[in-house]
Design a protein around this ligand. Structure first.
Ligand code: C2E
Ligand code: CA
Ligand code: CA
Length: 640
């Protein structure tokens, strides 16, 4: 066979490029060793490429050394075959990597890998046969060696074409910019090979493999990049917003929030990720997809490059609705335009989250000026919360304690109450919990608020006892997040003891949590504080998926049945029987049952029949400022 183009003179060989390739591979290996990489399947494939390439380079060096030292001897041929086989295996692994990272269906994957395996075997066998058949290398009388067979060249082209075609076929499964990165690295490889051939050289063949490897390494490691989802993270969104704001580039954003996946450790299914990737690249020009939090994606694109964006938004929403019919996940969609004020503060994620909180599931919301006002308000509340946190004054006048009296059926009196927090802020007036508890929890300010509420409650409780009122206990709401703090028990018992009241004048309300570790934290903390006499209520029973076995393991005193159970019991006899039986069960196990949200006479009589010990709700009283509890008791407890 004649070599196409200029012959390759192997005497020109220098090991520099092979050594460079080995060095780059080793550096990548060391970097991988010392840094965190998600141990995905694609990562493992990548990991096997590096040693294969190193072996190929070493075989190449060995082959040339043997060629110069021993001439066309069997060892020379063996090393040459190993070198070629190594490079083709790397090609094969590239193909495997592409099928894995794009998560091709098993069938397509088998088809492609079957073809590549055949190609690999065929080339390696033909290479061995031609080598030992003696037609692979030619030596002139002057001792100049040239490649006599084009089999390696043909194999290289076949495999390269396979990978480029494959990349083209899966382009919708890959993020566009990744595609360009891959193509760019392949283009550089080709360029090197071309120059090498024109120069009649052969030293740089293995080196040309380094570029796709670096591209893969980069993609895997530029940690904000999610190769599977084709999305970048919140940090990247910040950068993009800053860039656009600086260059005055107006943009449109579409946010998709799927609460189902806003759970630790819960991943979006592959099919959904593939769809997101597809959506991100198909509808708008220069669009970017950001994965800004669990179950939360934001698609952003410049307005000027998408003049007909309204029409395209219509199309993407229709496509999404078609998908939604299949997947049926709850969602919240927010569509809006860049706004100078939010861009300047770079706060799109918080802004959209704030909107998500106020809209219903499965709705599409267009950003309006009201949303900006609401966001300003919540930003203001957040700054106040931060200030309350930093000031750490247990008498902070901005934190108010309201109390809702609870009716005790056994004593016929209002002798307990629940403390409910409010904020009184200069610019907003009274703020209710649904507008600040989540902010305090998200930013780690909740515990200070609890301390203030607890302190004020204990102080008032002491005065009520001193003045001879019937109140025996007030319960305070505590969030799971603060319970996890090591100082929690110390802080609580410190405040209670400091007020000079006894532990059983105070109760703590906790809601059930699904996680195993939360359960263990709850158990140890409850047990520790129960020793000081503090009582514990299980709040909002019936709102989540209750794990009865676990509840029974915790020494609660009172189970608070959520208003939703009261409502359900009022509408169906079946629900009433279930709720009644649950209440009976708790009673038999020495827990008392409190019904929340009792609003009417019929609610009350139903709850009494369903084994109630305590009743709480608007029927008896709305939450009132804690200082007014005494007046309430004077009126209601005396009247009976
Ligand atoms: P929750 O602990 O379930 O508190 C009961 C809520 O139901 C209160 O709302 C109360 O005003 C309301 N409510 C009382 N009776 C009725 C009724 O008959 N019908 C209806 N529909 N609702 C009734 P509020 O005060 O707005 O508190 C909302 C939530 O905020 C509380 O739910 C609690 O989860 C949280 N929260 C309140 N104060 C605190 C606090 O100091 N710390 C923490 N961590 N959370 C608090
Ligand atoms: Ca509560
Ligand atoms: Ca409750």
């Amino acid at each position: 066979m004649k070599t196409p183009g200029n012959p390759i003179y192997l005497n020109n060989y220098t090991p520099a490029a092979d050594i460079a390739t080995i060095s780059v591979c080793l550096v990548i290996y060391v970097l991988l060793f010392f840094s965190y990489t998600r141990k995905s399947t694609s990562y493992r494939v990548f990991l096997s490429i590096i040693p294969t390439l190193i072996v190929a380079c070493m075989a190449d060096i060995g082959f040339h050394m043997s060629l110069f030292a021993r001439g066309l001897d069997p060892l020379t041929y063996v090393l040459r075959c190993v070198y070629h086989a190594g490079l083709f295996t790397v090609f094969f692994l590239f193909t495997l990597y592409i099928t894995v990272v794009t998560r091709l269906e098993k069938k397509a994957q088998n088809y492609i890998l079957g073809f590549s395996t055949m190609l690999l075997l065929a080339i390696v066998i033909v290479d061995i046969v031609t080598s030992f058949g003696g037609s692979a290398l030619k030596m002139t009388d002057e001792g100049i060696v040239s490649s006599g067979s084009a089999i390696f060249f043909i194999g290289y082209i076949l495999f390269a074409v396979t990978d480029v075609v494959l990349l083209g076929l899966v382009r919708n499964r890959l993020f566009k910019r990744v595609m360009y990165g891959f193509y760019g690295s392949v283009a550089i490889s080709f360029l090197i090979l071309l120059v090498q051939r024109l120069a009649g050289q052969s030293s740089f063949t293995a080196f040309s493999f380094v570029f796709p490897v670096i591209a893969m390494f980069y993609i895997m490691h530029s940690s904000p990049f999610d190769a599977e989802l084709g999305a970048v993270d919140a940090t990247a969104l910040h950068d993009t917003v800053r860039y656009n704001y600086g260059k005055k580039i107006p943009f449109i954003f579409i946010s998709l929030y799927l609460p189902t996946f806003d759970v630790e450790g819960r991943q979006m299914p592959e099919s959904l990720q593939a769809q997101a990737r597809h959506f991100a690249s198909s509808f708008f020009r220069s669009s970017l997809l950001f994965n800004v939090g669990r179950g939360h994606l934001i698609l952003l694109f410049p307005k000027s490059r998408n003049a007909d964006y309204e029409h395209r938004i219509g199309k993407i929403l229709k496509a999404f609705a078609d998908q939604h019919r299949i997947y049926q996940y709850d969602h919240k969609i927010v569509i809006g335009e860049s706004n100078d004020e939010i861009s300047r503060k770079n706060e799109y994620v918080s802004f959209i989250r704030n909107i998500n909180r106020s809209i219903k599931e499965n709705t599409i919301h267009r950003v309006s000026p009201d949303d900006l006002t609401a966001f300003d308000r919540s930003e203001y509340i957040l700054r106040q919360l931060e200030n309350i946190y930093l000031t750490h004054d247990l008498n902070d006048s901005r934190v108010l304690v309201y109390c809702q009296p609870v009716y005790n059926i056994r004593t016929g009196k209002y002798d307990t109450a629940e403390a409910l927090m409010r904020l009184m802020l200069p610019e907003t007036g009274l703020v209710f919990p649904d507008q600040f508890i989540y902010l305090a929890e998200e930013h780690g300010f909740i515990h200070v608020l609890t301390e203030i509420v607890l302190h004020k409650t204990c102080e008032e409780m002491r005065r009520l006892i001193e003045d001879g009122y019937d109140f025996c206990r007030i319960s305070v709401n505590v969030s799971m997040l603060e319970l996890k703090d090591d100082h929690f028990c110390e802080d609580v018992s410190g405040i209670v003891t400091g007020s000079g009241i006894s532990g059983d004048n105070i109760a703590i309300e906790l809601t059930e949590s699904q996680s195993e570790s939360d359960f263990n934290v709850m158990k140890t903390k409850i047990e520790e504080l129960k020793e000081k006499g503090i009582k514990f209520y299980l709040d909002d029973f019936g709102t989540g998926y209750s794990n009865m076995e676990r509840i029974m393991e915790l020494p609660f005193d009172i189970i608070k049945f959520d208003r939703s159970l009261v409502v359900a019991s009022g509408t169906s006899e079946r629900s009433e029987r279930i709720v009644g039986n649950l209440a009976n069960l708790f009673n038999e196990l020495d827990y008392s049952v409190l019904y929340e949200g009792v609003e009417t006479d019929s609610d009350e009589s139903m709850c009494r029949e369903m084994s109630a010990s305590y009743l709480q709700g608007y029927k008896y009283s709305r939450p009132i400022p804690i200082e007014e509890l005494r007046r309430f008791a004077e009126k209601r407890n005396k009247a009976g």
